[in-house]
Design a protein around this ligand. Structure first.
Ligand code: ZN
Length: 205
């Protein structure tokens, strides 16, 4: 469920995490999920089949996108799209004036043009089964355009815990990777994207 706090804006769940106010009801779970799945799928994987025109950096015109959404979901109001984007706890999307795009997770070929990360180390959570292979071959993207790395040990642990009970966290020498001319892109406070990570910059912690 999405609600809106007068002070702190849109949020997921029953009460605002900052002031505990219940705020105003905006969208129920079912509609939030339907809308979320279509927005994520379109902006990350199938803009063409949804009839969406996407530029080289992944941006889509907000009004055009709303027209497509309204055509698909008669109940939709433009506010719901803002509510979905602004309440998203993983920062999946960004709206820039008249445009919207997914921040990460693309399988379509996009040039996300983020600034280079300035962190000395970034992290990746692996399952015990895959660790040896990663240390040997490095990390390369599977079914996605980029490898998703975390900005902290804790975040990497959180992400990996979804897939495995005993995540093993790999620490990555970010300066070393960038020194090889490979980009590490700063997406938001949690995520850094890489085209790949060569094995010599990976350490088990
Ligand atoms: Zn609040």
């Amino acid at each position: 469920m999405i609600r809106k706090c007068k002070e702190h804006g849109y949020f997921r769940g029953g009460v605002c995490s900052q002031c505990k106010s219940p705020g105003r009801y905006v969208l129920d779970d079912t509609r939030e999920e339907k809308l979320g799945r279509f927005v994520s799928g379109t902006l990350r994987h199938f803009p063409d089949s949804a009839g969406v025109k996407m530029d080289a950096c992944g941006w889509v015109d907000l009004n055009d996108f709303c027209d497509i959404l309204i055509n698909r979901y008669r109940w939709l109001r433009k506010e719901y799209l803002y509510a979905l984007v602004e309440s998203d706890e993983k920062g999946r999307y960004e709206i820039d004036r008249f445009r919207i795009r997914a921040r990460y997770g693309h399988s379509v070929n996009v040039d996300l043009n983020y600034k280079e990360s300035e962190l000395p180390y970034v992290y990746y959570g692996a399952s015990p089964e895959e660790v040896d292979m990663l240390l040997e071959n490095g990390i390369i993207p599977v079914r996605q355009r980029y490898v998703h790395l975390s900005t902290s040990f804790e975040k990497a642990n959180e992400v990996a815990s979804v897939h495995t009970d005993n995540p093993i966290i790999l620490k990555i020498d970010a300066r070393g990777v960038q020194g090889d001319g490979l980009s590490l892109m700063h997406v938001n406070d949690y995520i850094v994207l890489a085209e790949k990570v060569p094995p010599e910059y990976l350490f088990q912690v």
